[in-house]
Design a protein around this ligand. Sequence first.
Ligand code: C2E
Ligand code: MG
Ligand code: MG
Length: 608
Amino acid sequence: MAAALSAQALQALLARHGVANPALAQELGSLVGERVAHLEAKARDNAQRLRMTEQVFQSTQESIMMTDTAGAIIAVNAAFEQVTGYSEQEVLGQNPRILKSGRHDAAFYQDIFDSLRQAGQWRGEIWNRRKNGQVYPERIVIDAVRGDDGKPEAYVSVSSDVSALRAAHHQVDFLSHHDSLTLLPNRQVLAQRVRDAVTAARTGERQIALLLFNLDRLQRINDSLGHETGDAMLQEMARRAGVVAGPNDTLAHMGGDEFVLLLTDCLDSDAIANTAGRLIEAISRPVQVGGHDLILTASIGISVYPRDGGTPSELLKAADVALSHMKDTGRNGFRFFKGEMNAHALRWMSLETHLRRAIERGELSLHYQPQVAIADGRICSMEALLRWRSPELGQVAPGDFIALAEDTGLILPIGNWVIRQACLQNKAWQDAGMAPLRVAVNVSAHQFMVGNLPEVVADALAESGLEARYLEVELTESVMMHDSEATAAQLARLTDMGVSISLDDFGTGYSSLGYLSRFMLDKLKIDQTFVRNITTEPRSAAIAQATIALAHGLSLVVIAEGVETEAQYQFLKAIGCDEVQGYLFSRPVPPDQMENLICGKSSLAHLA
Ligand code: C2E
Ligand code: MG
Ligand code: MG
């Protein structure tokens, strides 16, 4: 249409100038028409682009602001309005200065202008202020828009409000340093505060004290009233302890029901004790929960810098020892570590705590060591030896924990477990069709002292179904030294039941020939200290030889322990020893390996 109109107009125009050439007019007309159509299409295209740009401009998440070269705002988008709180009407013609937070100095803004002028761009973070006065961080890119001549015609800034991101970062940071329930600093923060306090205290006269405290029996509240109540109690106790803490002290939550109050400015022990007393008093005030008065108490262990340690972990350990002491002697009180408890006691205590849980956590096991008859070189019995693998302490040798178990009375449940386990295992092997063997268990003097060993043994036999003749009890000379009447009576009952009795470590205690005749024994075990030197030291050889003669005279079987070399074995054989046990044949091994040895799937080392 446009092309036709133009052709007519052109013909008239040419005619007015004396050119009557319709073909030329036609050609020029269509040329002009094409040109016009092209321009119209381009205009449509531009309009569409503009609409799209406008749409992007308005719908983008980033806030966009355009200024002219004089710095007056000429356009902003919806995101800008939302972030700053200003409408477009309010800011048009204004200088972006209206967003200034006051957090940056003149040099900061000068730097922006300089780089816009030189590089045509600036990017960075800037603190701005919303219309409501709130200051917020923005990540921003400002670009110069240049004209065809290369000169800036306008500036466009695109920015994103990073306050939410920052807040999230802060939250993550906060939670990684604080307990989420009580919002108190955690172990990590405490360690840092202790280090800081130690550094500060080195120069002054003041002491630092670490009050490690437990809420006694919180678990009971959790169990009976539910975890929500338990959590509410924890929060309340944290609040109360916070009131006791001074402005420079740190109250930290170590997890569970355990807290630490770090006092950084203590005059003397009296001041520390005073704070501990107030803490106990604050915790023990009743709490109203669902119409009930609930009462919790606290036990506190206290360590003091520099007396009890110089690092956070030393101080914590010391406080922990003091706390266990407190708990052992009743609760609802405090204890100082003092420092006279040495490293030995420390290990002892942590051993004890772990050992207490060893049975229920299934950390105990039995290994078995074959006992070999010299006459035919075959396994005739085996000794069950206790093994303890603690996840925290690793493998702990019986020599390191049996004495502790005896001191603490833990030997009773442990000893009972050993007897029961050995019977069950031995019966299981027999039920599996393996050649029946006797299993020997070690029994300590404490187990005899309680007086019920025959009952414990009878129960284990009944439960497992093992015949008594396949069980042997190993006792040491110390057993016979205690209350010999009661011991003799128990040994007699065991013998009556059909259980064998052997005397372990013979020669190391107060060996008395009297014992051997007075007590009913079946077997004598020559201690490894004699066996070790049997081929090199005539005295050991003589003792071994005399022991064998004596035992045979009393109709006792003799076994030598700790046989490690072929020479020792040959010597023992030559002097008439009946049985041998030692690394030469096999170390104590777990049940599956013992099974292979019994079945003959694997052979004894000495015979291999
Ligand atoms: P024990 O009853 O005299 O056991 C023999 C110890 O000697 C075992 O040490 C065994 O592994 C080790 N042994 C065996 N053959 C050799 C050898 O050829 N050379 C050397 N150097 N050592 C050998 P283990 O298992 O460390 O037990 C040490 C002690 O702990 C036992 O001495 C026993 O008195 C006590 N014990 C082990 N298990 C129990 C238990 O269940 N109850 C009680 N009350 N005490 C136990
Ligand atoms: Mg033994
Ligand atoms: Mg022994």
